[in-house]
Design a protein around this ligand. Structure first.
Ligand code: C2O
Ligand code: CU
Ligand code: CU
Length: 484
């Protein structure tokens, strides 16, 4: 069993991020229990390691031209078995939960026709991507029920493990929670030329939490502390049968609010090779890493250190909003066979361009009401207003943003649309190796300040920046930047 002491003592310190126990105290205890309609009738957690890890389907193009890959996707309600023997109602892309993985290549645009057969408006956002404003999935640029539209992704950026999700104003938090999220893997020749594990040994692990009522249906309550069932690729606490060789595991946190500190139960090495915006410059060997909502970590794990028939649990040592029994174990790797392994992790993965000289600096504060029944969220003291421009940026500028979480207990994270940025400092110190690469989402713990640099030289227009704890952004912790 994982104790609170252990999680505070090891996971966070090892991850080099200044989080404290207090920064994860379930904040809005006030009236929360009373507010939750399912409090009295919650489904028992399903058994651990009883179902296999679902392999995410890869979306097939409807057609390909000389210049682009075209896809058709329908957002529609669907029922799926998540808890044993129960059909759960979901909002899905094409009936898949999570949505199918889109595989793209740098230099080759992807065009997705999205049809909305749901009863709610949607706006599909490709998180981490550099796209024009019209294709960014802005909260106000919604697709009404019954409608359809094209989203064009130019894929001019380098390789990265991206993801897509709903972003419609005021409903994105619930829509994503109910199933509107999926992976988008962008590759390029640099990434392909490396001897990292490929094919069936390169696996997406989309982790999220959920709250099921006694009938096995998803409960959505803002800032719910009862989302205590963990799902990986849509399945509760699955097992994954692996060969005794290296795997590339693409961890993505698609939870609404939950932060994880992930480790293998035996504390053995995890070699982080990538973050939100693609490969790190050099691999970083660690025994644990943090993953906040929206963040991705690509890691290589060598299961050849285990004998066939050994099993190793992926643990979460960041225990809040749930007990260690509920949220302390995520999935299990079962080593079931040997396999040849021509893969390796090179000492140098890529070279990131040097940061340009900054042309402007600004400060941002993130805050939400603490200890009130109906909290609101703020960026620079203001709740989100789509009619307001909060930050005006000159096209071509390279800016240093100093982002401070002014809450004393609640953690936040900071996500910018359009750009991949670099973390310059966390709490006055250089970033830990795991967040020294390209990032689009970064943890900002309670009371903490993170300094980052972003360069706005791709597209003009208005784009969002926000806390990616989606309940927080839905409470107003979201703002608009205008690049012109
Ligand atoms: Cu995942 Cu506004 O983003
Ligand atoms: Cu985004
Ligand atoms: Cu937040």
């Amino acid at each position: 069993m994982v104790t609170r002491r252990r999680l505070l003592g090891t996971g966070l310190a090892a991850a080099g991020v200044g989080l404290t126990g207090a920064s994860f105290t379930p904040l809005l205890a006030v009236d929360r229990a009373k507010a939750s309609p399912a409090k009295a009738a919650k489904a028992a957690n399903p058994p651990l390691f009883a179902v296999p890890l679902p392999k995410m389907p890869v979306l097939r193009p409807t057609f390909r031209t000389a210049t682009a890959d075209h896809y058709d996707v329908t957002m529609r309600p669907a029922r799926r078995e998540i808890l044993p023997g129960i059909q759960t109602d979901l909002l899905t892309f094409d009936g898949n939960f999570p949505g199918a993985t889109i595989k793209a290549r740098t230099g080759r645009p992807v065009i997705v026709r999205q049809r909305n057969k749901l009863a709610v408006p949607t706006s599909v956002h490709l998180h981490g991507a550099s796209v024009t404003q019209a294709n960014d999935g802005d909260p106000m640029d919604t697709l009404a029920p019954g409608g359809e539209r094209l989203y064009t992704y130019p894929n001019k950026q380098s390789h990265a493990s991206l993801w897509y999700h709903d972003h419609a104003h005021h409903v994105e938090s619930e829509n994503v929670y109910r199933g509107l999220h999926g992976s988008y893997l962008l590759t390029d020749s640099l990434e392909e030329s490396l001897p990292l594990p490929k094919g069936e040994y390169d696996v997406v692990l989309a982790i999220r939490d959920a709250h099921f009522d006694a009938a096995g249906q998803l409960v959505y309550v803002m800032d719910d502390q009862e989302r205590t069932t963990l799902l990986v690729n849509g399945a509760p606490y699955p097992y994954f049968q692996v060969a005794a060789r290296k795997y590339r595991l693409r961890f993505a946190n698609m939870s609404n609010q939950r932060f994880y500190s992930l480790r293998l139960a035996d504390g053995s090495d995890i070699v982080q090779v990538g973050s939100d915006g693609g490969l790190l410059e050099r691999p970083h060997t660690t025994s644990s890493f943090l993953l906040s909502p929206g963040e991705r970590v690509d890691a290589v794990v060598d299961f050849s250190r285990y004998a066939v028939a050994e099993k190793v649990v992926l643990e979460n040592t960041l225990i809040f909003a749930g007990t260690p029994e509920q949220v302390g174990q995520v999935m299990r790797f079962d080593v079931v066979r040997t396999a040849p392994d021509p893969s390796s992790v090179p000492e140098v993965l890529r070279t990131l361009p040097a940061l340009p000289a900054p042309t402007n600096e600004r400060t941002i504060t993130m805050q939400m009401d603490e200890g009130v029944a109906h909290p609101k969220g703020y960026m620079d003291g203001k709740s989100y207003d789509p009619a307001r421009v909060d930050s005006s940026i000159r096209f071509g500028a390279s800016e240093i943003w100093t982002v401070t979480n002014t809450n004393t207990r609640v953690p936040h994270n900071f996500h910018m649309h359009l750009v991949q940025f670099r973390v310059l400092e966390r709490a006055g110190k250089p970033p830990a190796p795991g967040e020294a690469g390209l990032k689009d989402t970064v943890i900002v713990a309670a009371g903490e300040t993170v300094k980052l640099q972003a360069t706005f030289d791709s597209y003009r227009g208005t784009y969002l920046y926000h806390c990616h704890m989606l309940d927080h952004s839905a409470m107003g912790m979201m703002a608009t930047m205008k690049i012109s």
